[in-house]
Design a binder for this molecule. Structure first.
Ligand SMILES: [Mg+2]
Length: 237
C-alpha cells in the first residue's frame, strides 16, 4: 500500500533539542549558582539529563502530570546542586521558567526540515505525534513557522497515550484519516519511534543523525531528511 501520510516526531527530529537543552541547562545552572557543585560541566549536564529522563518517564507512565514533572525535575536537581535550598511549588515553577527562557532562546530547527517538508507537501498529508506537552510543542512549531504544515498535532499529555504504545500511533493515523499501513513515522529514536511505529503497522523510519548506536534490523534508516522522499517510495537512498 503506498504511503499517503507522514507522521513526525519533533524533538531531535525537526528541532535540535539536544543542543538547545545543553546550552540552556549549563547557562541556567551557572546563573543559579549550581554548576560549582559538579566536577565538570559535562557531569552537570549528565545529571541534568539523567534526572529529566527519569522524571519524564514518570510523566509518560502517567504517575504525575506534565506540570508536576517540572517541579520534580527542579527539586531533584537542587537536592544535589543546592542541597540546602528548599523551594515552594511556585518557586520551583519560577526556577524552571528561568531555564525555559534560555531554552527558548536556543531553539533551532534543523536545516533539512523545510526542504523536506517542501518536497513532501504535494502528495503527502502531515501530522505530529510527540511524547511531550502540547502547549510547548505547538509553540515550537509556531516559532519555526511550520505549525500550519501539519493537519494534526498529537502530544502525550492531551492524548493520554505515549509512544511506544501502538494506540498512540493509531490515534495519529486516525486524526489524518489514514490506515496505519498508509502512514510512515519518522523519529530519532530507533526503539520508541521507528521500531514502535513498525510494530503498530506503520512504516517506521529511523532518522539517525549521529550514527551513534546500532540499527535495529529491518528498519529503514536515514541520516538526513533529504533522504526521506526516496525512502517513502521504498527506493534505496
Ligand atoms: Mg525525538
Amino acid at each position: 500500500m503506498p504511503i499517503r501520510a507522514v507522521i513526525w516526531d519533533i524533538d531531535d527530529t525537526l528541532f535540535d533539542y539536544d543542543s538547545a537543552d545543553r546550552e540552556a541547562a549549563l547557562g541556567h545552572l551557572e546563573a543559579e549558582g549550581c554548576l560549582a557543585a559538579y566536577a565538570s560541566p559535562e557531569a552537570a549536564f549528565t545529571h541534568w539529563r539523567d534526572v529529566m529522563e527519569r522524571v519524564f518517564g514518570r510523566f509518560l507512565a502517567r504517575e504525575i502530570t506534565f506540570a508536576e514533572h517540572r517541579r520534580e525535575r527542579v527539586r531533584t536537581i537542587l537536592a544535589v546542586a543546592r542541597p540546602g535550598l528548599r523551594l515552594t511549588g511556585e518557586e520551583a515553577d519560577q526556577w524552571y521558567a528561568r531555564y525555559e527562557l534560555r531554552y527558548e532562546a536556543a531553539w533551532r530547527i534543523f536545516p533539512d526540515v523545510l526542504p523536506a517538508l517542501d518536497a513532501l507537501t504535494p502528495g503527502y498529508r502531515h501530522g505530529i505525534l510527540s511524547n511531550s506537552g502540547l502547549r510547548d510543542q505547538e509553540r515550537k512549531l509556531r516559532a519555526f513557522g511550520i505549525h500550519d504544515r501539519f493537519e494534526a498535532v498529537l502530544c502525550a499529555d492531551e492524548l493520554g497515550l505515549s509512544k511506544p504504545a501502538p494506540e498512540a500511533f493509531h490515534a495519529a493515523c486516525e486524526a489524518l484519516g489514514v490506515r496505519p499501513d498508509e502512514a510512515a513515522y519518522v523519529g530519532d529514536r530507533p526503539d520508541t519511534d521507528a521500531l514502535a511505529a513498525t510494530t503498530a503497522g506503520l512504516t517506521g523510519i529511523w532518522l539517525d543523525r549521529c550514527g551513534a548506536v546500532p540499527a535495529p534490523t529491518g528498519i529503514p534508516r536515514i541520516s538526513t531528511l533529504a533522504q526521506l522522499p526516496r525512502t517513502l517510495l521504498g527506493e534505496p537512498v
